[in-house]
Design a binder for this molecule. Structure first.
Ligand code: FMN
Ligand code: SF4
Ligand code: SF4
Length: 259
């Protein structure tokens, strides 16, 4: 079975998940969403297509939304998603299904893989267990994908957009005076939303809140300056939370998604 596998990843959980899917499923063409999302039209010739991405507020990341909204699929394609998340995937499959329906398709199957959180924080022992169980958890999804199992993700209710459904810097992601002007955040940003001005990083509003810049800055100069009500509900102040990068992923692996 030949598969085109689109992926998006800021800190490596979804990238490593995509790699394991390739290893288990075989004949896959891995396509980074960040490399194709700016094309006016994305024509997919394969009729088996997968999407691997992190869940943000029960929604897909904006770059995934942008790419899917420009895709043209062969009739009757089999489309599946594998989501990574810290706690649960919420209505991400239903939102992807609704978006696919605007492209004449539907979501056939969705699977989830719990992973360390790159926004809110899990207990360290939980993150360690999720990392250890990642491959095993992904392997449980393989038979259903191979057998092209189908489930229904159609939602009668129109699901409201989330703060991450369109580009905006609602967390006030910004660089402080510790910035050494290394440009790593510029290279890693999938939205090309960061520039260097007088040797310091300037972060604009064309933000997908993926937190790649935050986690890959070598001197922890990037922080989240606008607190959300959600932080109180979660009982966490994540403005300058600890950095996370999947242990099997490098900075170059993340920046390579743009090429
Ligand atoms: C803005 C944002 C919102 C998030 N929202 C959720 C969420 O609603 N539920 C959840 O379980 N995890 C959530 N997460 C955690 C990520 O889905 C999770 O850590 C994911 O595996 C990161 O994937 P990546 O390393 O491929 O970027 C969120 C992360 C970010 C950056
Ligand atoms: S990665 Fe950090 S130190 Fe480097 S330019 Fe960006 S904000 Fe400054
Ligand atoms: S500015 Fe930072 S958080 Fe926003 S899209 Fe770019 S890398 Fe992601």
């Amino acid at each position: 079975m030949s598969i085109t596998l689109y992926y998006f990843s800021a800190t490596g959980n979804s990238l490593t998940t995509a790699r394991i899917l390739v290893q288990e499923l075989g004949d896959c063409r891995l396509v980074p969403v960040a490399a194709v999302k700016n094309q006016p039209k994305i024509v997919e010739e394969n009729n088996t297509v997968g999407f691997v991405f992190p869940v943000y507020y029960g929604e897909m990341p904006y770059p995934v939304r942008e790419a899917v909204s420009k895709m043209v699929f062969p009739a009757d394609s089999y489309v599946f998603a594998v989501n990574t998340y810290r706690g649960h995937g919420g209505a991400a499959p239903q939102r992807l299904d609704a978006l696919l329906r605007t492209r004449g398709q539907k979501l056939s199957l969705a699977g989830g893989v719990p992973m360390p959180g790159n926004s809110f924080i899990n207990a360290p022992e939980k993150d360690a267990a999720y990392l250890q169980q990642q491959e095993e958890n992904i392997k449980t999804l393989i038979p259903a994908i191979r057998n092209k199992e189908v489930q229904n993700y159609f939602s009668e209710e129109v699901l409201p957009l989330r703060p991450v459904s369109y580009p905006n810097n609602f967390r006030g992601i910004t660089a402080d005076d510790n910035c050494i002007g290394c440009g790593r955040c510029v290279s890693v940003c999938p939205m090309n939303n960061i520039s260097l001005q007088n040797g310091k990083a300037l972060i604009g509003d064309n933000c997908a809140t993926c937190l790649a810049c935050f986690h890959w800055c070598p001197v922890e100069a990037i922080w989240m300056s606008k607190k959300e009500e959600m932080w109180d509900r979660m009982g966490q102040d994540i403005a300058r939370r600890s950095k996370y990068q999947h242990p099997q992923v490098t900075f170059s692996d993340i920046t390579a998604q743009k090429n």
